[in-house]
Structures are given as structure tokens and as C-alpha cells.
Design a protein around this ligand. Structure first.
Ligand code: 2HG
Ligand code: ZN
Length: 452
């Protein structure tokens, strides 16, 4: 490939052609997807992104946009030798507007950078997830990332007030005015958010901030039965005041986390399920919570632990946050990020084990996730990476219960072949037509969302 023109656009520091320096960009976080690339492109400005994409459009060269490369569905992996367009050098936080509670940043700033910049001015960004220090804000927009506080603040899409992006023809589209009301036709930010780099490359965004709570409290609850734990989740969902996260994990995942990281378990007893509840609000949280839907469990249970300062909250959160790393250290898992409709979480968590063991009874199954959103991360160790029999059975089971086969991680390459389980042929056809309008040459992230 003739890369001289790209070198001219990006300068020597903006293009990496040495393959020995590519591994951080060509293997996804799970290690399940990998590829090769002729070059990693590292623009510093929207103008450079636009010139690069224009060149790719004119020369029919495919590229894979990439943020922090923390994705889990092969959505930013150059599996067919595409160029990698990394937004890593576009990290500027351009503005934090104290009067409106809005922040403007380039796509390569990390989620952690955004959170920190907001908090320095007394604001909070409403999205949080454990990869905060590596995940780029652009990547979270491209995947409409959810995380642990969706219950309170919604997904990434709900935070976006304006986007700037580069379409597949190299044109710069969108705006960052941040108008509270703007009904001038189709809502581009809503469409581009979650489009996984298949329609345009997000370069900058204006995001909504929220006021941080006066007080925060985490509560870990242990249960001897799954039904008991999940019963409370429905109660919590009904009375959302103060609750900002409601996470679930199980004994086998907790054991793995404690073993791998050498941390003591919360209690010596082997239980079944755990809920980690996070609340934030005006002072007096503990008293209000003790009178709410959790009151019975809090008063009656021996398995309750409180975290009311940052250190003790962190200690409780590590049991949940370290699941991904602990499982990854034990092998390369099949990861299925799914969501269930209200009232079906219990049935799914009880039934999925059987669905899997009917196909392969030597697997290890770890379930954990955002119970309050009905979002479970199904991690399966055992089957070969290319053996999809178990994956397909689980996804079909989810669809049969009315759930989504991709809750918050995106479709990427992992789920592209299974989208028909949730989308009609007509919808998929409309998707393809929309893609062709934004990306007529089909150069943006080919193979993601739409199978090649
Ligand atoms: C989380 O909730 C992430 O911790 C990762 O979405 C989930 O590792 C996973 O499957
Ligand atoms: Zn998650």
C-alpha cells in the first residue's frame, strides 16, 4: 500500500508502520480477536482525520477506527488487514462550562479524564465503568457504553449534547453548540452513538454533566439463594430514589477474584449470590435506605457490609470490578453481554446453566453484571475460541426470552452474524442502506455490525 500520502498528512509521529509496535492496536482486550495492519494512524486534529478518511475513500482503503482498544466484541480489530485509525493522540479537554454543566472534549480523552475534569469544577459525568482509565470517550460514544450508573443517568447516548464526526467520504459533520432544544430534522448524535465506527469517526463531543451527590454509600449484600437476591432487584428498580447502581455477582466469580488478587472474601460462608448496591444523594442516605425496599434484607441478614467512605466503598467494589480481569487470567472467555426484560432475569440466570451444559458440560460459567439494568455478562471458559455452539445457544435463549443479544458492549464482529436474532430482515436492510449513505465506499470498519 502506498502510505506516503498518509505520512504527508500525519507527519512522521502520526503513522506507525513498524509491525513490532502494532500489537497494542491489533489484538482486542479479550485476546479473542486479532489482526494485522499496514499502519496505525494517529491524527491530532479533526482536519487530519478528515484528510485521512478522504484519502481512504478516494483510494478504496478500509480502516478501523479505534479508541482505547478496551472493547470486547472485536469491534475495533483489523481482522482483514485494515488500517487502524487510532484517536489516542486527540486527548484535549477543550472546555468545562460551569454555568451550563457541559464538557467538550476530543475523542481520545479517556473516560477517567472526563470524570476528573468534571469533578475539578464540582460536576460529575454520569457514565462510569471499570475500564475508565483506558477507555476513550470516543469509544464509549461509538459503542453507546452503559456501565454501572445507567439506572440513574442512562447510557452514553443520554449524555450527548453534540457530536463532531467525519463521515466515510471524509466530510466533517455535526456540531457542538449544545442547544437544549434543537429539532432540526434527524438527530445525528443519536444515530452515530452506538454505530461502532461504521458510519463516521467521532472526533469531538459536547457532553452533559450532572451534580454530584452530597453523600455516597455502597452496600454489599450476600444471599443464600439466587431468587432471594433477584427478588430485591425488582423492588429496587421500582423505587429508584438514591440508588445509582445495583450490581450482581455469584460465589464462583467471587472465589476467583479473591484467589487471583489475594484479597479476603467479605464473609467466610460460601453463599450463592451477591448484590452490590450503590446509592448517592442528599445527606441522610443510610437512614433513608434503611427504611426503603432494602429494609427487610438489611435488618434480617448477617451478610451486609457498608462502605461509607471512598476507601471502604472501593474495597466492596473491587469484588465486582475485578471479575473481568480474574476471568481473563484464567483463560480466554467467550463473552456474551446480554440484557433481559423486566421479570426475566431470574429465569435466565437459572436457565442458562442448563442451556450451556446440554451442549458442553465441561465449561466454567461466570455470571455477573448490572442487575438493575437486566444486563448480565455471561463469561464462559472452556470451549475453543472458534467453537461458537455454546454462544449461539445462549444468544438464542436470550432472544427467546425477549432480551437483547448485545446490551452495552456493541455488536462488533462477535455478534454480527447473530443480529438476525433481534432484528428483522427489513430492519437489517434499512441499517445497510443507512451505512451506504454515510459510507458509500464501505471503508469504515467493514465487518463490524454487518458480516462481511
Ligand atoms: C463490566 O461490567 C464490563 O465489568 C465487562 O462490562 C464485562 O468482562 C465482562 O464481560
Ligand atoms: Zn458491564
Amino acid at each position: 500500500m502506498e502510505l506516503e500520502s498518509l505520512r504527508t498528512i500525519l507527519g512522521v509521529k502520526g503513522i506507525v508502520t513498524d509491525p513490532s509496535l502494532h500489537s497494542a492496536y491489533t489484538v482486542d482486550w479479550t485476546r479473542r480477536y486479532s489482526g494485522v495492519t499496514p499502519a496505525v494512524l494517529l491524527p491530532e486534529t479533526t482536519e487530519q482525520v478528515s484528510r485521512v478518511v478522504t484519502w481512504c475513500y478516494e483510494n478504496s482503503v478500509a480502516l478501523v477506527p479505534q479508541g482505547g482498544n478496551t472493547g470486547m466484541v472485536g469491534g475495533a480489530t483489523p481482522v482483514n488487514g485494515e488500517l487502524v485509525l487510532s484517536l489516542k493522540r486527540m486527548t484535549e479537554i477543550e472546555e468545562v462550562d460551569d454555568s451550563t454543566g457541559q464538557i467538550v472534549a476530543q475523542a481520545g480523552a479517556t473516560l477517567g479524564d472526563i470524570q476528573q475534569a468534571a469533578s475539578l469544577l464540582g460536576w460529575k459525568y454520569g457514565v462510569d465503568l471499570s475500564a475508565r482509565d483506558s477507555a476513550s470517550i470516543g469509544g464509549t460514544i461509538a459503542t453507546n457504553a452503559g456501565g454501572s450508573q445507567v439506572l440513574r443517568h442512562g447510557n452514553t447516548r443520554e449524555q450527548i449534547l453534540g457530536l463532531e464526526a467525519v463521515s466515510g467520504t471524509g466530510d466533517v459533520i455535526g456540531d457542538l453548540r449544545g442547544l437544549s432544544k434543537d429539532n432540526t430534522g434527524y438527530h445525528l448524535p443519536g444515530l452515530l452513538c452506538g454505530s461502532e465506527g461504521t458510519l463516521a469517526v467521532v472526533t469531538r463531543s459536547r457532553l452533559r454533566l450532572v451534580r454530584p451527590p452530597e453523600e455516597e454509600l455502597s452496600i454489599l449484600l450476600g444471599f443464600k439463594s439466587l431468587n432471594e437476591a433477584l427478588g430485591i432487584v425488582e423492588e429496587i428498580r421500582k423505587s429508584l430514589e438514591d440508588v445509582q447502581a445495583c450490581e450482581v455477582f455469584f460465589q464462583n466469580g467471587l472465589n476467583l477474584v479473591c484467589e487471583k488478587f489475594g484479597i479476603p472474601p467479605p464473609w467466610d460462608t460460601q453463599l450463592v449470590a451477591y448484590l452490590l448496591i450503590d446509592a448517592g444523594g442528599q445527606l441522610g442516605l443510610e437512614e433513608r435506605i434503611s427504611k426503603g425496599p432494602l429494609s427487610n434484607s438489611l435488618n434480617a441478614s448477617n451478610f451486609v457490609a457498608y462502605g461509607n467512605d471512598s476507601q471502604s466503598r472501593k474495597r466492596l467494589w473491587q469484588y465486582r470490578d475485578l471479575h473481568t480481569e480474574a476471568i481473563s487470567a484464567a483463560g480466554i472467555p467467550h463473552k456474551l453481554d446480554v440484557s433481559l426484560p423486566h421479570g426475566k432475569l431470574n429465569e435466565f440466570c437459572n436457565g442458562v446453566r442448563e442451556v450451556i451444559s446440554e451442549i458442553d458440560n465441561e465449561t466454567q460459567l461466570f455470571l455477573f453484571g448490572h442487575a438493575g439494568d437486566g444486563n448480565i455478562h455471561v463469561n464462559i471458559l472452556g470451549p475453543d475460541p472458534d467453537n461458537l455452539a455454546v454462544d449461539i445457544a445462549v444468544l438464542k435463549y436470550v432472544a427467546s426470552l425477549g432480551g437483547s443479544i448485545s446490551a452495552e458492549h456493541g455488536v462488533g464482529r462477535a455478534k454480527a452474524h447473530h443480529l438476525y436474532l433481534n432484528r428483522t430482515a427489513t430492519e437489517l436492510d434499512i441499517f445497510r442502506k443507512i451505512k451506504a449513505v454515510f459510507d458509500p465506499a464501505g471503508i469504515l470498519n467493514p465487518g463490524a455490525i454487518f458480516p462481511r
